[in-house]
Structure formats: C-alpha cells, structure tokens
Design a protein around this ligand. Structure first.
Ligand SMILES: Nc1ncnc2c1ncn2[C@@H]1O[C@H](COP(=O)(O)OP(=O)(O)OP(=O)(O)O)[C@@H](O)[C@H]1O
Ligand SMILES: [Mg+2]
Length: 463
C-alpha cells in the first residue's frame, strides 16, 4: 500500500453538538474536517473544497437526505458517502445504499464505530486512487508505445495491426521470449528492434546474431564465451553473446539454422539464465531476453526432428507472425508513400508525386521479396526518375512479369518457381550474387541459403 494520504471529511447533520463533537474528534485523528448543520451550507463547502468523504444525515429538516445523496453522487462521483439514519429506519438505509452510499451508521453510535467506518472508507479510497493512477500510467505507456511502433512500422491492414498489438505486448513484458516468423523481407528484424527499443531493456545491448552465418565450430564459444587457452586460437578470455546481452536482448536471426547440438545448450541457458564459458567451470548469471526470427516453417522442422520442440516452446512465449505483403495489398500504398518520402529526402529531391496507376500495378504484383523488394524498387525508381511524377515505367515490375505469371501458374509449385526466379536473376545479373539478390529483393545471405537449399551452383548454371 502506498503512503497514507490525508482524507477530507464533511459532516452534514442538523444537531449542532453532534457535528461539533465529530469535527473535533476527526481533527484530533488527523483528518481534514468540516461540519455544517444545513444542506445549503453543505453544498457551498462541497463546491469550494475537495471532499473525499461525506457523512450525511438523511433526516435533515426541510430536505430529503436521499435527494442530496443522489445529487452529490452525480456531481462528485469520486466522493464516498456514509449516511446516518435514525434507529429502525432500515428502508431509508436500503434506498441510500442503492443510490451509492458506501456505508451507514445508526444513531446513536460510538466514536469507535465511526472510526472503523472511516478507516474502511479510507482504505477503499486509497485503493481507488492507486488503481486510477495505475490505469492512467498504463494507458500513457501503451499509448506512446503504440505511437512509436506505428511510426516505424508502416501498415494499415488488419494483419499488421495485429502485429502492432503483439509488439506492444512484447515491449511491455521485457522478460518474455519472442519468436517472429514471416517470409524474407517482411520486417522481422525491424519488429525485433522496435520491441527492444520500446522495452525496459532499451538502455542495454541489442545484439543481433545471424545463426546461419557463424561456423559451427565457433558457435559455442561465440554464444558462451571462452577461457584463454581452452582451444587453439583462444588467446584471451572472451565474453559470449549471452553475457554481453546482460539486461539486454539477444536477437537470434535465422534461428532454424541453429545446429541441433547447440540447441540443447541454448535451451539450458535460456531456462536457467546461467552460463559457463567454454573451458571454464565458473557459473555466470546473466539476464537476457531472446527474440528470435525465422522464415522457415519451424513446426515442420520440429516434425523432421531438425528443431527441438522444447526449445521452440521456450522461444515462442510470444509468437508474432508477419504476413507476406501479397496477403495484405492494402499496405502497399502507405509503404510506397513512406519509401518515396524517405528516398526523396535522402537524395535531396523535391516532393515526388506517384501516379495512381503505379499503385494499381503494384497491387497486382506478388512481391516475393516482400517489403524489402518494394523498398529496393522505390529506391531504384527515385534514383532513375527524371520528373517529379513516378509512373509505371519507373518500376521494374513490368519486366519481371514472366516471374509474376509463373507464380500464378497453378501447375507449378512454389519451389520450382523460386528456383526459376533465382536462376533467372543470376543469369540476368551475370552471376553477381549481390546484384541477383537485389533484383530479387532479398538479402544476399538469404540468396546464398536458397542456392544451398536448391543446390544451385553458379558454375553449373553458367554453361
Ligand atoms: N512495415 C514496414 N514499415 C517500414 N519498413 C519496413 C516494414 N517492413 C519491412 N520494412 C523494411 O523492409 C526491409 C526488410 O525488413 P527486415 O530486414 O526487417 O526483413 P526480414 O523479415 O528480417 O527479412 P529476412 O528474412 O530476409 O532477414 C527493411 O529495410 C525494413 O526496414
Ligand atoms: Mg532478417
């Protein structure tokens, strides 16, 4: 319970001696107290002072106390009322309670009775005030979080609104692990960063690790650190990611590529929040949160025994799935406007208009590279366009139409289409992987992974 607050009491009763005695008693008990013998005077005090508790005699001469009760409950909804009734007048008591009186006392009563009633009211009032403050605080926190998230993650579709909501939840629970799934380029890393920087961990490190980019032999020492001399090359003591992320967030990108052997160790660290450096015995406590991301169907990998179910359960306390851009075409327009503004500012161009036909064209496109592809496409358009109006010609979607129609061909499965797209892009970019990745609108690492997955090697394709 928080610090006791002084409450203010007003007594309205027609017996002068009674109100004076009570007033004296309250003042001695360290309450702020006022007393009066008429309803009229009572109204005046109520309008000029902040009263927490009204002690009201319902049998005032010339006025119906119940009417006063009704009136003050409307005018001062946060004020509590204890009514005083004559002995045997239970009807009035019941009516008063129905009208919102907090408690009642029957005359004659002892000081101890009124003291108990007031203590009870006091506790209730304090609790009410605390709740109100907490509600205000919470609504302020989540409001500013929502605003922050909406500014950085563009989208108006119901799917993206749901992502916002989950991101707000994830930011408000800084100890819960988060798993973000979605196709390449949907904004998984973006959301991970937004969550970290909107959470209570924002002042500590956010460390992003691409699990598919670290060699297997080094994975353990990278995550757990090592002691000098524990293996060839360990020339100094080194801190691992878990330790470095103490009080912060460890972002595990491409989590599905984590070798099984390391998965068990990661699970233990995530459960116990205690690690031991390679070649050492000392236990080190570290308080990190894991946000992980994957564009694979991780449940399928669990079925194939390539991913541990217990680790998945540990990682997906909060699961955020970002839908592909083609599943939420209504986001294309706001995203395009956002990227056009962004690149226009970056390239010091004047305000650029977008022809309506561009939106139409893009809505019918599949965006295999999702938002990243749209961003890259916009950047290219802004660099190349000569006027202040972007037109269909500025977008390479047209030239990739065969790709689009391949997607629409129901007889071809997704994998065949993807392989064809990768081969085409490589061929068109003279086998420059970075250029091919850019044309596909995916990250270079993602292209390498896909090439590995589909056994596409550059030399085979070249002849
Ligand atoms: N809703 C969005 N609003 C603004 N920018 C976005 C949005 N979604 C994605 N982006 C931008 O698209 C690009 C790709 O996003 P990001 O790198 O987060 O994707 P990803 O899902 O992690 O992709 P991958 O699986 O290939 O790693 C980034 O530049 C990101 O800022
Ligand atoms: Mg990513």
């Amino acid at each position: 319970m928080e610090k006791t607050e002084r409450i203010s009491i007003l007594i309205i009763d027609d017996e002068k001696q009674f109100t004076e005695e009570l007033d004296y008693f309250f003042k001695n008990s360290n309450y702020e107290s006022y007393e009066t013998n008429t309803a009229e005077e009572g109204r005046k005090i109520l309008s000029s002072h902040l009263i927490d508790l009204l002690i009201l005699d319902v049998r005032l001469p010339g006025v119906n106390g119940l009417d006063i009760l009704k009136e003050v409950k409307v005018q001062y909804p946060n004020m509590e009322v204890i009514i005083i009734s004559a002995h045997g007048d239970m009807d009035t008591v019941i009516k008063a309670m129905r009208l919102g009186a907090f408690d009642y006392l029957r005359k004659p009563f002892r000081f101890i009775d009124i003291q108990i009633a007031i203590e009870r009211t006091h506790k209730y009032l304090q609790l009410q005030r605390m709740l109100k403050r907490m509600e205000e605080k919470n609504s302020l926190i989540s409001k500013s979080l929502e605003e922050k998230i909406e500014r950085q993650f563009i989208g108006i579709s119901p799917g993206i609104k749901e992502v916002f909501e989950q991101a707000v939840t994830a930011a408000s629970y800084p100890d819960a692990n988060v798993l973000i799934t979605g196709e390449s380029g949907t904004g998984k890393e973006n959301i991970a960063r937004i969550i970290h920087y909107s959470s209570a961990r924002k002042d500590a490190v956010l460390y992003a690790v691409n699990c598919s980019a670290i060699t297997e032999s080094l994975l353990e020492s990278e995550f757990f650190g090592h002691k000098k001399g524990s293996f060839t090359g360990a020339i100094t003591d080194k801190m691992g990611y878990f330790e470095a992320c103490n009080n912060g967030t460890l972002f595990l990108d491409e989590i599905a590529d984590m070798p099984l052997i390391l998965q068990a160790k990661i699970l233990r660290a995530a459960e116990e929040k205690v690690i031991t450096r390679v070649g050492d015995t000392a236990e080190i406590r570290t308080n990190f949160r894991i946000i992980s991301a994957t564009n694979h169907n991780i449940e399928k990998l669990v079925e194939k025994k390539k991913f541990r179910l217990d680790l998945l359960h540990r990682l997906n306390t909060i699961h955020i799935h970002i839908p592909a851009l083609r599943e939420r075409p209504e986001d294309i327009k706001p995203l395009l406007i956002h990227f056009v503004d962004f690149y226009a500012t970056k390239f010091s161009k004047p305000k650029i208009q977008i022809a309506e036909e561009v939106f139409e064209l893009l809505r019918s496109y599949d965006f295999p590279g999702n938002v990243r592809e749209l961003r890259n496409m916009t950047e290219r358009a802004l660099i190349l366009c000569k006027s202040n109006l972007l037109r269909i010609e500025d977008f390479p979607v047209k030239s990739s139409k065969p790709i689009k129609s391949a997607f629409k061909d129901k007889n071809q499965n997704l994998e065949t289409t993807e392989i064809k797209m990768i081969r085409d892009a490589l061929q068109q970019s003279s086998y420059n992987q970075q250029a091919a990745a850019d044309a596909l609108g995916i990250h270079r690492d993602a292209l390498s992974r896909k090439m590995k997955k589909y056994h596409i090697t550059i030399f085979k394709n070249k002849d």
